[in-house]
Write a protein that binds this ligand. Structure first.
Ligand code: PEP
Ligand code: MG
Length: 883
């Protein structure tokens, strides 16, 4: 079998479409070679080797050794070198590269092949012994850390001692001889720590590094990242071995990263950073603050560090040309890594660049306008869930700002929270329900869990491509990076800004859109959705078949829903309207009354309030469909709980406290969610449904007159399981409709339908459809009743289920296709067999979940309904489902 794919010198054995086999990095290196771009030659050990490795007690396929040796020789031939040769030694980098990019998750080793002899050769060849010895000591550090799992600090200590001894401040002050001496100290210390000398044999080094990359696939960081991003462990990683090029060979060498468009705003401008005389990960690591690539960006940033454009104009123009080619070739914004070795440009990586949602929208729309992609592709390129990012609050421009620091606007949006200095503290505070800002000098992959727990991230070091910035953008969290005027002191737990001391627990606000750091809480504002967002949503709206409605019951929610493009209300939960002070009293009176008369008296108080609510919602929705659900929850939810409340209600009703307490106790249920709720209430107390129906029809008549729009209320009966239940309630509602309409003399069309939220209703849908104009799948209850799992108590153990692999996704978040989904499909088909024009929708939480929306499209539902803030997500997901 073939386990190794070579690339270099304008050709490659692999190509971009072999991501699964070669990993993202390997596939793109091959592709760049095929395009004839300057790529240091190398080879990729495939992901299948990783799979083999884990399936065979961490061993390799027998043919691998010879295939690697052969590929190494070929790289040597192309570079005029030989691996392990004491004179013309080939040095390589070893990097991981999974199918999906996992930034910072896996480990890299550079300068591999250096040892006590080849370092001399490198010194002679480069004419720069200092560079050679510095490279060697970097290699030892990296190799020990990544492959031999020796702590960084061992080396930091030695470096600090030597600096102290020589009176130096910076690493750059060490001479070649001093580095050589330090390498000696390193090696001595390694032998002490590990009981073995540092490996001198380059082949041994190489196999150690390859093994470390495969092993790192299962390290805790990688596992966490995969869990967060739904990446299966079975994918495995590839290993890329590539001839070294050196960005640290002097002042005419450099290394950098760039995006073909701005990853934060999407603006079509090459955007990137580089460091002169630096190696590999220095730019990303954020240790030195990097310089701008283009002169324009330098001017924008007001930096006095020269741009690459000025400093190395030839390499710059070669790079600009390649960046443009790669973008058109891949038809997407690219994230590029390059190195300039003594003036010669080398490409080390290209991949689709991570970007903020705002940038993703602008890039998709502009690329469609440029003709690079179609509008449909543009619509499909945006992850619907990511639209959430746009809904992040920003700082109110008129708010007073107490600015205490300024950094780079690394990830947009603003956030307020308590200062914490460690990821552990961030998690702890989050678990206790507090909002925090994670404040670090810089972040590393170890901080992922803390970044997740935090509302926002603030670092004092590092650029726009630092770990903190890249990861925060991916998470959609506000981030300010490189706020250099702030001084963070972990030991004392302080952050100092111009003499002001902030401690753990103090509140700050960060503005990831401007880079400002502010003291205290600051007024926030919801963003306006316009520009590329509206354009893309327009295209999405043209592409979708299903309509999108919102679950809303307050005028504010109805307005928000409309502003986000909702095309109606799919679920107005009337019970939410009964919770304010005045109403709950009347509601309690109604529930606790002992006769229908008593209930009618209390209901009469509620009628005008409900009518006003409905009229307002009808007016806001101006002729768009509005589905109003009759009272659903178990009545005990409204009951007085404390003695004080009981006394208050007794007083209002003019009854004895004791009597009332007795009545309250009588209403107690062991299993209220399976108890006296839903349409069962309307069967027991038809006057409740009648009052609600009256309120709805009167409001509709009123709103129709006021707006002139045709108002067609849709009345929805909850928790039906038996066709007769629906028939019973329907008859009452129709009677009220006739009454009201003959009183007002107006003609109002209306629909009466049912929720399908019990398995029996789904099984019996054919019959139920006889009395229904529409079905709306209440998948919250349908999931609860199908699984027999309480939706209110399940979060804890469902998470355990997920971790133990029993279930893949929380069925209350993503519709369970195999169980609940079957019921939905079956009920839809049976319902439509009874009534070809039966309207079908969904109003459980799943109506706003992209994967569930795809399923709804497959089943042929007419609409989805979700919470107002998810409406844009649903519009886009519905479009993608229809594409
Ligand atoms: C449902 O059960 O899916 C539903 C929408 O109703 P509720 O969440 O109010 O029970
Ligand atoms: Mg329900």
């Amino acid at each position: 079998a073939k386990w190794v794919y070579a690339f270099g010198d304008g050709k490659a054995e692999g190509s971009a479409d072999q991501r699964d086999l070669l990993g993202g990095k390997g596939a793109n290196l091959a592709e760049m070679c095929n395009l004839g771009l300057p790529v240091p030659p190398g080879f990729t050990v495939t992901t299948e080797v990783c799979t083999y490795y884990y399936a065979n007690q961490r061993s390799y396929p027998p043919e691998l050794t010879s295939q690697v040796e052969h590929a190494l020789e070929e790289v040597g031939r192309l570079t005029g070198r030989r691996f392990g040769d004491p004179e013309r030694s080939l040095l390589v980098s070893v990097r991981s590269g999974a199918r999906a990019s996992m930034p910072g998750m896996m480990d890299t080793v550079l300068n591999l092949g250096l040892n006590d002899r080849t370092v001399e050769a490198l010194a002679a060849e480069s004419g720069d012994p200092r560079f050679a010895w510095d490279s060697y000591r970097r290699f030892i550090q990296m190799y020990c850390n990544v492959v031999l799992h020796l702590d960084h600090e061992v080396f930091e200590e030695i470096l600090a001692d030597e600096k102290g001894r020589l009176g130096y401040e910076l690493d750059t002050e060490f001479t070649a001889e001093e580095w050589q001496h330090i390498v000696g100290l390193y090696k001595k210390r390694i032998e002490e720590e590990l009981g073995e000398p540092f490996p001198q044999d380059p082949h041994l080094q190489l196999w150690g590094a390859i093994g470390a990359v495969f092993a790192s696939w299962m390290n805790a960081r990688a596992i966490t990242y995969r869990t967060l991003h739904d990446i299966p462990a079975s994918w495995g990683t590839a290993v890329n071995v590539q001839a070294m090029v050196f960005g640290n060979m002097g002042e005419d060498s450099a290394t950098g990263v760039a995006f073909t468009r701005n990853p934060s705003t999407g603006e079509k401008k090459l955007y990137g950073e580089f460091l002169v005389n630096a190696q590999g990960e220095d730019v990303v690591a954020g240790i030195r603050t990097p310089q701008n690539i283009t002169e324009a960006a330098r001017l924008d940033a007001g930096s006095d560090q020269p741009s690459l454009e000025k400093l190395m104009p030839d390499a710059f123009s070669a790079f600009v040309e390649i960046a443009g080619r790669l973008e058109s070739h891949y038809r997407d914004m690219q994230d590029l890594e390059f190195t300039i070795e003594r003036g010669k440009l080398w490409m080390l990586q290209t991949r689709s660049g991570k970007r903020t949602t705002k940038a993703a929208l602008r890039i998709a729309v502009e690329m469609a306008d440029e003709g690079l992609i179609s509008r449909e592709e543009a619509v499909c390129r945006i992850d619907p869930a990511s639209l959430d990012q746009l809904l992040h609050p920003t700082i109110d421009p008129s708010a007073a700002r107490d600015i205490i620091g300024m950094g780079l606007p690394a990830s947009p949006g603003a956030a307020t929270g308590e200062i914490v200095f460690s990821s552990e503290d961030a998690e702890e505070a989050k678990a206790a329900g507090r909002a925090v800002i994670l404040v670090r000098v810089e972040t590393s992959p170890e901080d992922i869990h803390g970044m997740h727990a935090a509302e926002g991230i603030l670092t004092t070091r590092g650029g726009m491509t630092s770990h903190a910035a890249v990861v925060a953008r991916g998470m959609g969290k506000p981030c300010v990076s490189g706020a250099g005027t702030l001084r963070v002191d972990y030991r004392n737990g302080t952050m100092i800004s111009m003499g002001r001391i902030f401690r753990k627990g103090d509140i700050i606000t960060i503005d990831g859109s401007s880079g400002q750091v502010l003291a205290g809480t600051v007024a926030m504002q919801q963003p306006a959705l316009s520009g590329s967002f509206s354009t893309l949503m327009e295209w999405a709206d043209k592409a979708r078949r299903m309509t999108v409605r919102a679950n809303a019951e307050t005028p504010a929610d109805a307005r928000t829903a409309r502003s986000f493009g909702a095309e109606g209300i799919g679920l107005c939960r009337t019970e939410h309207m009964f919770f304010d002070d005045e109403r709950i009293l009347a509601m309690r009176e109604m529930i606790l009354a002992e006769s229908a008369d008593g209930r009618r008296k209390a209901l009469a108080k509620l009628l005008p309030m409900q009518r006003a609510d409905f009229a307002e919602i009808f007016e806001i929705m101006a002729g768009l469909p509005v589905t109003i659900r009759l009272l659903d929850p178990p009545l005990h939810e409204f009951l007085p709980k404390t003695e004080e409340e009981i006394a208050e209600v007794a007083n209002a009703m003019g009854v004895e406290v004791a009597l009332l307490r007795e009545r309250t106790e009588a209403l107690h249920e062991f299993n209220p969610m399976l108890g006296h709720r839903g349409c069962r209430l309307a069967v027991s107390y038809p006057e409740i449904a009648e009052m609600q129906a009256r309120a709805i029809f009167e409001a509709a008549a009123q709103a129709a007159e006021k707006t002139g729009a045709p108002i067609v209320p849709e009345i929805m009966v909850p928790l039906v399981g038996i066709a007769n239940e629906l028939a019973f309630v329907k008859e009452r509602v129709e009677a009220v409709a006739e009454e009201v309409l003959s009183e007002s003399g107006q003609k109002i069309d209306y629909l009466i339908g049912t929720m399908i939220e019990l398995p029996r209703a789904a099984l019996n849908a054919g019959e139920i459809a006889n009395a229904a104009d529409f079905f709306s799948f209440g998948t919250n209850d349908l999931t609860q009743t199908t699984f027999g799992i309480s939706r209110d108590d399940a979060a804890g153990f469902l998470d355990t289920y997920r971790q133990k692999g029993i279930i893949e996704k929380d069925p209350f978040v993503t519709l369970d296709r195999d169980g609940v989904g079957q019921l939905v499909r079956m009920a839809s088909e049976a319902g439509r067999r009874t009534r070809g024009d039966l309207k079908l929708g969904i109003c459980g939480e799943h109506g706003g979940d992209p994967a569930s929306i795809t399923f709804c499209e497959e089943v042929g539902l007419d609409y989805v309904s979700c919470s107002p803030f998810r409406v844009p997500i649903a519009r886009l997901a519905a479009a993608q489902a229809a594409c």
